[in-house]
Design a protein around this ligand. Structure first.
Ligand code: UFG
Length: 323
């Protein structure tokens, strides 16, 4: 079986392409390399194209049985200051891709959604039936795409899974692929930049949240665990019904706990300083992963220390300098 991994030269897409290959699937990567990197697609067929380019998509869609869609902008803060970019790509581009899929014979679609669709949750841990009330344009674009799939699915016989990721982190154990964002805003690689003196210190965004140590709590999930869940979602779709599924560990860590883990694993101290809270950051986001276990027989296997160790191994290899 062949799968088109759209956005497969990005962080989560590249790990998923590798997971597919390891399970014996053919993965073809389609990416416009706007935020993706050809180096993250080693040994894969890479078609350079945009999600809105229906004529480029049509021939490759004839060669695959399923599509996984990762090609989205994903900076919450940027989506607030430049929503046009997010609606243009994540909504207009995404729907254009979806329509190209409908015009092909492919009827299996896996979507990279986000816990951002829930906004500030009424309860934690968060189950899939919580209301979806996003609090930033990024989350709105993910919700709109989920709703498009919910309408297209029954109308056109399209099977889909909306995979709602919590905080993806870490890198493949091989050290060959990992996170490569420019600029880097995510906590763990930003802390590595502080260790290396590539930034003066790590800013801790707020310590007055109603959490045990006052800093925000997130559910950090190893990217290889996430990637493996996509393969299981694809296999589930062979007989199962369309679904939304949270992908998280069910365990939250505060910003300070992450910095301690980094010290424990790397032996290096992260110099940090207090900074004001970041707009739109909920205090606590932790998944209830029960549905993923029940439907997909999936459970996160890798620990926080493995997340940090693999991220560090990758980071030491590439030490990306900001563009
Ligand atoms: N943080 C800091 N300092 C930093 C960077 C992050 O204190 O320099 C804190 C944030 O406030 C947050 C936590 O570390 O509490 C994690 O922040 P990240 O930027 O690593 O991740 P986010 O939780 O903001 O973002 C993730 C995904 C998004 C998704 C969002 C849903 O990357 O795609 O979760 O809320 F939309």
């Amino acid at each position: 079986m062949a799968v088109l991994v759209v956005g497969g030269a990005g962080y989560i897409g590249s790990h998923t392409a590798l997971a597919l290959k390891r399970r014996g699937y053919e993965a073809i990567i389609y990416d416009n390399l706007g935020a993706g990197h050809a180096e993250l697609a080693p040994g894969f067929e890479l078609i350079v194209g945009d999600i809105s380019d229906a004529s480029k998509l049509a021939p490759v869609l004839r060669r695959v049985n399923a599509v996984m869609h990762f090609a989205a902008h994903a900076y919450v803060g940027e989506s607030v200051v430049n929503p046009r970019k997010y609606f243009q790509n994540n909504v207009l581009g995404g729907i254009s891709l979806l329509n190209a899929v409908l015009d092909s014979k492919v009827r299996k679609f896996i979507f990279s959604s986000s816990c951002a669709v829930y906004g500030t949750p009424a309860k934690v841990p968060m189950s899939e039936d919580l209301p979806r009330v996003p609090v930033n344009p990024y989350g709105v674009t993910k919700l709109i795409f989920e709703q498009a799939l919910e309408a297209y699915g029954p109308a056109y016989g399209l099977g889909y899974i909306n995979l709602r990721y919590f905080n993806a982190a870490g890198a493949d154990e091989s050290g060959t692929i990992g996170e490569m964002h420019s600029p880097e805003t995510h906590l763990i690689p930003s802390a590595f930049e502080a260790i290396r003196g590539q930034r003066p210190a790590l800013d801790i965004f707020g310590d007055k949240y109603p959490t045990p140590d006052g800093t925000c709590v997130r559910d950090y999930i190893h990217v290889s665990d996430l990637a493996e869940a996509h393969v299981l979602a694809l296999e589930y779709l062979a007989g199962g019904t369309s679904q939304a599924v949270n992908l998280g560990t069910g365990r939250g860590y505060s910003v300070r706990e992450i910095l301690s883990a980094i010290k424990r694993v790397t032996g290096r101290e992260v110099s940090s300083r207090m900074a004001p809270p970041r707009a739109g950051d909920p205090a606590e986001l932790v998944a209830d992963p029960t549905r993923a276990q029940e439907l997909l027989n999936w459970k996160a296997k890798r620990s926080l220390d493995e997340i940090v160790a693999t991220a560090w191994k990758w980071d030491e290899r590439v030490r990306p300098t900001p563009k």
